[in-house]
Structure formats: structure tokens, C-alpha cells
Write a protein that binds this ligand. Structure first.
Ligand code: GLA
Length: 387
């Protein structure tokens, strides 16, 4: 069984790698984190509420300006180097470098024409685990390019530009949660985020103070259908909102009468998930404000059941992990992220994460599933310059 992922990148290693590649020291080093979503799944693109926090796992980048319109990006994960210039900035670009190119494109499109740069990066955010490794790359790139060109761009505006890269350049129809989390989260806090008004509230999340911790367990289930299924869920929500005559499912005033207006049973389930999940985020925010951390537990459980039965975005490994976590003493547990695999979170007594993760690993082995990985989720800082 794997435990903690690699320690956050050593800034000196990146600085040396940049210097080897470019022949001089970088102008600086920046980082942007992955995230865990405490609660509020598939609510963001329904103009609803979410409550993520940033992880210590992050994308870290050493970078400096070039005097041409070329971007050279080297990833120390796998020793890959990609180069593109302005003429290559065409939406739909393939490969991991599209997340970097998309940010250049989104900045250009918004009238912030940035110059070429060399970027050397490394990431310890697990990829494909629902922890927003791509948002971390976008938000780190945005921080780099904005600073190198002395652009004054407010944090929420940065998050919106990073999402624009993801939606319009990479082509994934996501909501605003991940880039907002990677940009705006603060150490020690969860981010209560209203995806319509863009209001944010930093809500202290002092689990340790309450004798608790949050286990993050990566089922390592490859999520093959994630893109098409995600888009299908989103479409179904938009279709339902149109039938109900509201601009987004956030505006459904009364769930029962809304359900009575819908003929399609699948659509009814999708609506029920979004409407009840939004309420759970509001309830969770109140409990956090009151430092009633144990009060989160039933909301986590209900959120998971809703994702499993109504939104139908869980898979057998994820459901097994949640069930075994609860049997092994977790107070509450749910899948986190877009779904169809990835991670679960479980609220456990402090020091119990390894034991709960071991119980899940044993259940996985008995079911013929590969070994999961896990760590304790610690609310950490959003995108920033490190040096
Ligand atoms: C992915 C998307 C987010 C959000 C979640 C589900 O992480 O990028 O915008 O929709 O799925 O809550």
C-alpha cells in the first residue's frame, strides 16, 4: 500500500534545472496547488455553492522571460520538453502543454499580451485522481506569466482566465471551482464559494483542534468515461433548468414541485442531486462557522449517497472505499471531485487515517482491485510566488 505522495518539489532542484536548461538563473519560482472538495459536487456549473480547500500537493514552476514569442516548457515529471509559439495557440491543442498554452491564449484574448518564457516545472498532484492537477498547472502558469509581465490581475480574475483556458482552449466544459480553489484558498481554511455571485468566504477548518483529520484516499481507478459523462451530466442539468423555466438549477425554489414538473426519471434524479447538494454545502458552511466539525459527517454521507444513487457518478471501487471507511470508524465519507473514479475523503479521528486506509486496501485486495494510495488532507495556501 502506498502512503504519502512525494514531498512538495524542492525549489532548489527546480532552480538548478532551469539554470541548466536556460544558462542563467530563473526570475522566480511560483506554485499553485491541487484541491480537495469538502462538499458541493457538480454544483458549480449550476450556479451553486462549493467548499474546496487547497492541498500542499502543488505544481511548482521556475521561470523567466525570453525575448521572443516562444514558450518552452520542461516538466521534470518524465523529463518532457515542449515548445510552442504564438502561431501554435489554436484551441484544441493536444498534450499536457495545452494547459500552459491555453493560459497564454486566454491572457492574449483578454488583452494581456504576454511575452515568451521558459518554464521548468514539477508536480506532486496525483494526475487523474480528481484532485485538480490540471487547474494547478493552469493557475501556476497564470501566476508565472502575470508576474513576469507585471500584469495587475485580481485573484478571481486569474481564476476566471484559467477556467477559460480549460473550457475554451483545452475543451473541457468544467465549472469554476477548481481554478478558484487553486488561486484563492488560504492555509487553514476551506473556501466557501458562491459560483454565481463569485463571493468567497474563508472558513476556518481546524480539524486537528477538534481531534479529527481528513483522510484522502485515491482509489487509482482510471476514469475513462469522465469527459463524456461529465458533459452529459452538465447537459442534463441545463435541459432540466430550461424545462423548469429557471436560469440554473440553483434557482429551483421547491424541489418537490420541480420534480413533479419533470417526466424523465433520470432527469429527476439529476435535479434532486444538485438541489440537495447545494443545501448540503450551505449546511456545511454553517457547521464549519460554528466549528461543529463532527456535524459535517452526516452531510458527507448524504452527499455520497446522492452522487451514487441520483447523479450516478460513482464507481464500484469508490463505493467500496466509502463503505469500508465507515465500517472502519470514519465519521463520514464521500467521493470528491468530478467522479467515475478518483479519490474519496473520510472524516476520521486524529491519527486514524492509516488504519482506515489499510482496511480499504485490504478490501480492495480481496475484491481483486489494485492498491489505493492515501494521505491526510491539510488545508494549504493557494497560488503564490515562492521566490
Ligand atoms: C471537476 C470540474 C469542476 C466541478 C467538479 C465536480 O473537478 O473541473 O468544475 O464541476 O468536477 O464538482
Amino acid at each position: 500500500m502506498d502512503s504519502q505522495p512525494a514531498a512538495p518539489a524542492d525549489v532548489d532542484v527546480l532552480t538548478r534545472a532551469y539554470t541548466d536548461l536556460v544558462g542563467r538563473a530563473p526570475a522566480g519560482v511560483w506554485a499553485a496547488p491541487g484541491r480537495v472538495n469538502l462538499i458541493g459536487e457538480h454544483t458549480d456549473y449550476n450556479d451553486g455553492f462549493v467548499m474546496p480547500f487547497a492541498l500542499p500537493q502543488r505544481v511548482t514552476v521556475a521561470a523567466g522571460r525570453r525575448d521572443d514569442d516562444t514558450w518552452r516548457v520542461r516538466s521534470l515529471n518524465g523529463n518532457l520538453t515542449e515548445t510552442f509559439d504564438r502561431a501554435d495557440l489554436v484551441p484544441g491543442m493536444d498534450g499536457w502543454q495545452a494547459y500552459v498554452a491555453g493560459v497564454v491564449w486566454a491572457l492574449d484574448e483578454a488583452g494581456h499580451r504576454v511575452g515568451g518564457a521558459d518554464l521548468v516545472l514539477t508536480s506532486d498532484v496525483p494526475i487523474g485522481a480528481g484532485l485538480s492537477s490540471s487547474a494547478a498547472l493552469e493557475c501556476a502558469t497564470l501566476a508565472v506569466l502575470a508576474d513576469l509581465d507585471d500584469l495587475v490581475i485580481e485573484p478571481m480574475e486569474r481564476a476566471k482566465l484559467a477556467r477559460r483556458a480549460e473550457n475554451a482552449f483545452v475543451g473541457a466544459p468544467t465549472g469554476q471551482m477548481d481554478q478558484a480553489a487553486s488561486t484563492l484558498c488560504e492555509a487553514g481554511n476551506a473556501l466557501f464559494f458562491d459560483c454565481r455571485s463569485f463571493d468567497v468566504e474563508q472558513v476556518p477548518l481546524d480539524l486537528a483542534g477538534a481531534g479529527l483529520e481528513l483522510l484522502v484516499l485515491d482509489t487509482r481507478t482510471p476514469h475513462a468515461l469522465v469527459d463524456s459523462e461529465y458533459a452529459a451530466r452538465r447537459q442534463s442539468c441545463e435541459d432540466a433548468a430550461a424545462i423548469l423555466g429557471v436560469s440554473a438549477l440553483r434557482d429551483v425554489p421547491d424541489l418537490e414541485s420541480a420534480l413533479a414538473q419533470l417526466d424523465d426519471e433520470v432527469m429527476r434524479r439529476r435535479v434532486r442531486h444538485v438541489v440537495t447538494e447545494n443545501q448540503r454545502v450551505l449546511d456545511a458552511a454553517e457547521r464549519l462557522r460554528a466549528q461543529d466539525y463532527r456535524g459535517l459527517a452526516p452531510l458527507l454521507d448524504a452527499s455520497h449517497a446522492s452522487m451514487r444513487d441520483d447523479f450516478e457518478i460513482t464507481v464500484p471501487t469508490v463505493d467500496l472505499a466509502v463503505r469500508v471507511a465507515t465500517e472502519a470508524g470514519a465519521h463520514g465519507a464521500r467521493m470528491t471531485g468530478g467522479g467515475f473514479g478518483g479519490c474519496i475523503i473520510a472524516l476520521v479521528d486524529q491519527g486514524r487515517s492509516d488504519a482506515v486506509a489499510l482496511a480499504i486496501a485490504e478490501a480492495f485486495e480481496a475484491s481483486g482491485y489494485g492498491p489505493p494510495a492515501h494521505f491526510v488532507g491539510v488545508p494549504s495556501a493557494g497560488a503564490r510566488r515562492l521566490r
